[in-house]
Design a protein around this ligand. Structure first.
Ligand code: NAP
Length: 247
């Protein structure tokens, strides 16, 4: 088991990619805590894990609220005394063309995706520095590298996450903390299910591996980054997109 007795916090882990990361980590012997704004869905996920005898704790959390994040981190510390792995996965979209994008759409996406990632890193890195051990994995997106029409807010938040990853990697490297990002392409989840069929077909035609990604494709890369297999990698963004973006 690659994560035996490690303690991880995965934000937005109730469904989609975060849930799959939680599942794979739990199967690898990790004590997994998911923190999600959607408590009802998170509890359903916990019940599903229990059916397979997999460990999962659930916390209700809005990552954009720093005090809530601190409180969640303290609860995990009370119970487990440490946090080895943080996966900043919680994220939302509020798509619109720039001329139509409202202040509210801009602020909401930046607050949850970018500030939420900052909040969790700030609260958890304090713990990891004391431990002299930690793995931080930030879920970005290929649109943070190449941009995307209708997603000024989202692509800016993800580009910010990539720059934040590099900066924090430099700041924390001397304390044995690895900080990396994963940039998924098009992954089959509820987030992408709402896109119109013609857009999906157009995107599929741009993927050399000729299929949409599955949450497991991202989870496996997160396992690599959370394990000792990647101990000499930090500050990097791993693109997981079936070859859609090559540069
Ligand atoms: P998803 O299916 O929408 O799941 C996201 C989870 O995060 C949901 O449970 C959601 O709760 C929760 N959440 C939303 N706001 C939150 C907040 N403020 N605090 C805590 N939790 C919150 O999304 P996904 O497709 O799995 O995406 C996961 C991550 O991968 C995101 O960062 C996304 O940007 C990134 N990503 C996804 C794709 C893709 O193709 N799917 C591609 C590139 C990057 P609710 O149910 O209440 O919304």
């Amino acid at each position: 088991m690659k994560l035996k007795d490690r303690v991880s916090l995965i934000t937005g882990g109730a469904r989609g990619i975060g849930r799959e990361i939680a599942y794979l980590f739990a199967k690898e012997g990790c004590f997994v805590v998911i923190a999600d704004i959607n408590l009802e869905e998170a509890i359903k996920t916990k019940q599903d894990f229990q059916k397979e005898n997999l460990f999962l704790e659930v916390l209700e959390l809005d990552v954009s609220e720093y005090l809530e994040v601190e409180e969640a981190v303290n609860k995990i510390l009370d119970k487990f005394k440490r946090i080895d792995i943080l996966v900043n996965n919680a994220g939302i979209t509020r798509d619109n063309l720039i001329l139509r994008m409202s202040q509210e759409e801009w602020d909401k996406v930046i607050d949850i995706n970018l500030k939420g990632t900052f909040n969790c890193i700030k609260a958890v890195s304090r713990v990891m520095i004391k431990q002299r051990y930690g793995k931080i994995i930030n879920i970005a997106s290929v649109v943070g590298l190449i941009g995307n029409s209708g997603q000024a807010n989202y692509s800016a938040s993800k580009a910010g996450i990539i720059a934040l990853t590099k900066t924090v990697a430099k700041e924390l490297a001397s304390r044995n903390i690895n900080v990396n990002a994963v940039a998924p392409g098009f992954i089959d989840t509820e987030m992408t299910a709402k896109l119109p069929q013609d857009i999906k077909e157009k995107m599929l035609s741009q993927i050399p591996l000729a299929r949409f990604g599955q949450p497991q494709d991202i989870a496996r890369v997160c396992l690599f980054l959370a394990s000792e297999d990647s101990s000499y990698i930090t500050g990097q963004t791993l693109v997981v997109d079936g070859g859609m973006v090559m540069y």
